[in-house]
Design a protein around this ligand. Structure first.
Ligand SMILES: [Mg+2]
Length: 382
């Protein structure tokens, strides 16, 4: 890779839609159907470009034009710590300059070789708490089961169900009973071979977690995500209880404001799946983390919900860690963001063997968005 100068950055916020409204989780209300995708495109003096999600302010972005690529990024490590705001556009640019998909560059950094073509395991993350207007648990369970069948029709074989209805939205006992009914109905709908996970967004406590896992033992839950705010004492108890019950449920945690000691607890075996966010924590930092988690025998399943683009970007970490478990898939379509090379089949994302992230920007739509809500900085100043 040569060492070009960055001459411009163009930024705009694109907007897309989920095929179905996403309701509540245990903490928050309606998530809606709108997804916002903040995109920066950076261009070199030779006219090569890379683009990707970027949350830089105009003032932060103004520092980029004029920089040499070698000060921002290396093929041995990824994005330099000081420039992580531009992590995704830089990885895409590196892919364009080398003619390689990002997943090959990331695998090389972690000393792995890529099976061709790359198929990254994924799960349908769209089963939100969409049933709060329904009076009966049976009608609620039927609704979420129908949503799971939509996911099956889209090629999914793994499904994550939001639970914790009794934490805020429903009276505790009613919400807990409904969670249990929903889990059973989804298992029934997707069949015994599919994978089911549940996510309480910290809406359970230890006793509630045990009750729900005991009453859904026949449903073979793969992981329990954010049962309660992570706590070493409570996770020690839960892991001992799971063992005594002969339940093979994994403990997943780490999105959001994770405990600073979360990784210590993972190394200790209290947390089995780490879910740091690919934007909050970052893509380049995830590469090094995944390698560390591999060494500990801990699974990687990066979180990214809400911005659509992470569906694709997360796939490019799958090649770089042996214990990569799942891409979170939040089905959406964003006009201007082309992802024709990505398809879901049999529970896997087929990832295109194209340079960078293998995505395209529609020039007209992007320029319109830049004019409407974005900005441009060039080396000459503008
Ligand atoms: Mg979650």
């Amino acid at each position: 890779m040569n060492n070009p100068r960055i001459v411009s950055i163009e930024w705009a916020r694109l907007e897309g839609q989920r095929p179905r409204n996403a309701g509540s989780n245990a903490r928050l209300g309606d998530h809606g159907s709108l997804v916002r995708v903040p995109i920066a495109r950076i261009t070199t003096e030779e006219g090569f470009s890379g683009f990707g999600v970027c949350r830089a302010t105009p003032a932060q972005a103004a520092t980029l034009p004029g920089q040499r690529l070698s000060d921002l990024f290396s093929l041995a490590h990824g994005t330099a710590t000081d420039w992580l705001l531009f992590d995704y556009p830089l990885w895409d640019l590196a892919g364009q300059l080398t003619g390689q998909p990002v997943y090959k560059l990331t695998a090389a950094i972690n000393g792995l070789t890529v099976e061709q073509p790359l198929r990254a395991p994924c799960y349908d993350t769209s089963l939100y708490i969409d049933d709060l207007d329904l009076a009966s648990d049976q009608a609620a369970a039927e609704l979420i089961a129908a949503e799971a069948r939509d996911g099956l029709a889209r090629g999914h074989t793994a499904f994550k169900i939001k639970v914790g209805r009794g934490a805020r939205h429903l009276p505790l006992e009613q919400g807990t009973q409904r969670d249990i009914a929903v889990i059973h109905a989804v298992r029934e709908a997707v069949g015994s071979q599919a994978t089911i996970m549940i996510d309480a967004n910290n809406g359970y406590n230890l006793n509630l977690t045990k009750r729900v896992l005991a009453e859904t033992a026949a449903c073979n839950i793969f992981w329990m995500e954010e049962a309660f705010h992570e706590d070493r004492v409570l996770y020690l108890d839960l892991q001992a209880w799971l063992k005594a019950q002969n339940l093979s449920v994994l403990i997943a945690d780490g999105e959001g404001q994770a405990s600073p000691t979360l990784l210590d607890w993972a190394q200790e075996g209290l947390i089995n799946v780490i879910q740091y966010d690919i934007f909050g924590y970052g893509f380049t930092p995830w590469l090094a983390l995944g390698k560390q988690l591999d060494a500990w025998g801990v699974r990687s399943a990066p979180h990214h919900y809400g911005g659509h683009y992470g569906n694709y970007a997360a796939c490019h970490l799958a090649s770089a860690m042996r214990h990569f478990t799942y891409v979170e898939w939040d089905e959406a379509t964003t006009p201007g963001l082309g992802a024709a090379g990505y398809t879901i089949n049999a529970g896997h994302v087929a990832v295109p063997d194209l340079p960078g992230f293998g995505l395209t920007l529609d020039e007209e739509i992007f320029q319109r968005a830049v004019a409407a809500n974005g900005f441009v900085h060039t080396i000459g100043g503008r």
